[in-house]
Design a protein around this ligand. Structure first.
Ligand SMILES: *Cc1c(COP(=O)(O)O)cnc(C)c1O
Length: 377
């Protein structure tokens, strides 16, 4: 919808006699957080004045050594190493899991896409625990499969008992995001172990694990289970969202299917260089992660200061906040914050229509949020 609107011309009708897969008509396009360019065009605020806190990106760039390594490289004319040997070796050190369990892709979203296509046939289903990352549903539909929604409990926990009774013979996978986007809480290890007993492929998406109280996550369990997958990314903690680099820790039998499913040279040379240099100069980036964690505490206090806001404690680099509708209308909050150039994530999902998600940014960004919120109270 928004792409053809951007180009300004109406969509061309499909030629008669040409068919698309029926699931394509069940599938809406995934709508990511608004870009700087689109927000700037919509509001008239220039890009340098926008505070972009809607996609959980890092406000800190990668380490200076990363930028230098990208600039110094002289072989951009050759294809990358399709086995990602050097990066997988560096990731083995970082995760403390042997490199034979590790696969790399251009963003962890692509690994989800590949994994889903490996396991799902038309009519299968995936268990998903909303509110959570909506991309899982889009990709499931793309495969001709269905999502079985098992909502989280009132305190946003995964409801293991309800999952166990929702399972059907067609259930192939259970996807758990931990810490969960957007609620910010992690899943506990015992719950994952209980779900592994089902024999389904259990996928734990740890895109935000570096910001959590247990930054090691569950990767170390993968070699001990044949049905556990852990997904990771450089997009959030490492400030590399623009270079698209993700990885996962998989049972080795799944790694060999992934290698078959993957196009050659999927991860570009720049992505490899940046990820390897990030891991080589890890202290720089981990220090930025610590700053974001500290700022998360401060942002939480700023939000909790207002009676009309109910922030939820988070172990990610974002805070989901309920807006008490009786006191302040969401549209009002949004228009005031947008007039300050603050771009946040709003939701259409029925579970989330009175919630807004703030990415944790720089201290200056928190100050600006505080200033804007004062205007509302
Ligand atoms: C941001 C995010 C990702 C990251 O995707 P990439 O393709 O690696 O950028 C994955 N999972 C969740 C839940 C996210 O929020």
């Amino acid at each position: 919808m928004h792409t053809s609107a951007l180009r300004g011309s109406p969509e061309m009708p499909r030629p008669s006699g040409v068919h698309v897969r029926p699931e394509m008509d069940r599938m809406a396009a995934y709508i990511p957080g608004e870009s700087l360019e689109t927000f700037s065009t919509r509001t008239g605020i220039s890009i340098e004045h926008i505070i972009k806190l809607n996609s959980n990106e890092s406000p800190y760039g990668p380490a200076p050594e990363v930028m230098r390594a990208l600039g110094d490289h002289s072989n951009y004319n050759t294809y990358p190493d399709t086995d990602s040997t050097a990066l997988r070796r560096a990731l083995a050190d970082y995760t403390d899991v042997d490199s034979s369990y590790i696969a790399v892709s251009h963003g962890s979203n692509e690994l989800i896409n590949l994994l889903w296509h490996i396991f799902l046939s038309v009519g299968d289903n995936v268990i998903c625990c909303p509110p959570t990352f909506s991309l899982y549903t889009f990709i499931t539909t793309f495969c001709g499969a269905y999502v079985l929604e098992v909502p989280r409990t009132l305190d946003y926990e995964v409801d293991v008992t309800a999952i166990l009774s929702a399972l059907t013979p067609e259930t192939k996978m259970i996807i758990l995001c931990s810490p969960n986007n957007p609620t910010g809480n992690p899943i506990c290890e015992q719950d994952v172990l209980a779900l592994l007993e089902t024999g389904c492929i259990v996928v734990v998406d740890e895109a935000y694990v570096e910001f959590s109280h247990s930054p090691r996550g569950l990767a170390h369990l993968v070699p001990h289970y044949r049905n556990l997958v852990v997904m990771r990314t450089f997009s959030k903690w490492a400030g590399l969202a623009g270079l698209r680099i993700g990885y996962g820790i998989f049972p080795t039998w799944i790694v060999s299917y992934l290698r078959r499913a993957q196009c050659p040279f999927e991860v570009n040379v720049a992505g490899h260089i940046a990820a390897i240099a990030t891991l080589k100069h890890l202290d720089y980036t981990l220090d930025k992660v610590q700053r974001i964690i500290q700022e998360r505490t401060r942002l939480f206090e700023v939000l909790a200061n207002h009676a009309y806001l109910e922030p939820i404690p988070s172990q990610g680099n974002f805070i989901l906040t309920r807006v008490c509708n009786e006191e302040v209308k969401m549209e009002h909050l949004r228009s005031v914050l947008e007039s300050y150039g603050i771009l946040l994530r709003y939701f259409n999902h029925p579970y989330l229509h009175d919630y807004v998600r703030f990415t944790v940014g720089l201290p200056d960004h928190t100050d600006r949020i505080a200033e804007a919120l004062e205007r509302i109270s």
